[in-house]
Design a protein around this ligand. Sequence first.
Ligand SMILES: Cc1ncc(COP(=O)(O)O)c(C=O)c1O
Length: 429
Amino acid sequence: MSLDPACFRGNGSVVVFLISTHRGMADFIEQRLEEIRSRNLYRQLKLVGGEQDATVVLDGREVVNLSSNNYLGLANHPALKEAAREALDRYGCGSGASRLISGNMTAHEELEQRLARFKGTEAALVFNSGYQANVGIIATLVEKDDVVLSDQLNHASIIDGCRLSRAAVSVYRHCDMDHLESLLKAAPARARKLIATESVFSMDGDIAPLAELVELAERHGAMVMVDEAHATGVRGHDGAGVVAELGLRDRVLVQMGTLGKALGAFGAYVAGSARLKELLINRARSFIFTTSLPPVVLAMAGAAVDLVKREPERRCALRHNTDKLRNGLGRLGYTVGGSTQIIPVMVGEEQPCMELAARLLESGFYVQGIRPPTVPPGTSRLRATIMATHTNEQLDHALEAFARAGENLPVQTDADPPRTSATTRTQVG
Ligand SMILES: Cc1ncc(COP(=O)(O)O)c(C=O)c1O
């Protein structure tokens, strides 16, 4: 903020007030940054040059990328690039307005029809991002006097959706169906109840017990919303996600997923009934009050959906690579959680976690350290994510680097008492 005293000539007290407010803000920012640094929670952006791939040029150096949600390696696939080029020629660049004004283009409708076929639902609706989808869905389905039953490890976007809805939030212990049932029983009889969970958990890489959860919901008259951000493209025989894999399509009210992770594009979808879509179009503020996605992005996502269905071998390669790294890390003595392509390598405290990440990076492997507030205190971990396009050689070298990097670091091992986030009771985010 620049202040021109000439604007306030003759009004000295206003100038003094504005200058002191300005200084107060600067002090506040400094204090906050210092506090973040002193708690080892300071974050910095890293720069990727060139394309997203199994290796990336990170801050000017080529490294193996074990930190991307581009699980199937589609983010630089020629079919997505071609679809984007065609859409650019046909539709131009921006959409110019929100969907309810003049920004609802053929490309939006086409992608939604494709997504509904892919998910096996009556309808689908595209949101600009997963964050916006979750916030919009929850605030549409529940309001004051209702209750959201939310898994303890749900993503920040679900937590923020709960906050925005003003419904009461009952947080159940991670994947603990007994706890969920006790909270369902405790909810006021007249309240509308929404159970919100991820299918594949983003930081722990485990899978929610959806069959049991759906049964509980039906017994207690609750709606179910499943976030398939990390399952879309990856789980199920055609990549439609865990809900489809378990045959629960008709028993889950809302399936949400993202287009920017395994699908290599950007944006998100909600799949469900035509009536649900209609309601979201009319009530979801994060859908209504934002410029719609540009057609190039939608075309990329459409091409990715086709590839995901057509090329199951990508999912096979992902499974093979996941097993290789997961089993190898276990043999080295690391405590690894989950059962999917997201492999949390548990460390515990923030400092050794970031030191382990730094040593791996030095050896040419980018594995992001995850600290509070993204995960609960004491559960800092490396989040290794696998891609179908990693080679055997890259993964062998990654295991060698992990073996060296863990030396003389206080890293949680299988011999230690478990301190995974699943045993921590607080909601994060
Ligand atoms: C479980 C989960 N839900 C939602 C989101 C948000 O998706 P997006 O990145 O499209 O905003 C993410 C990822 O960032 C996620 O991990």
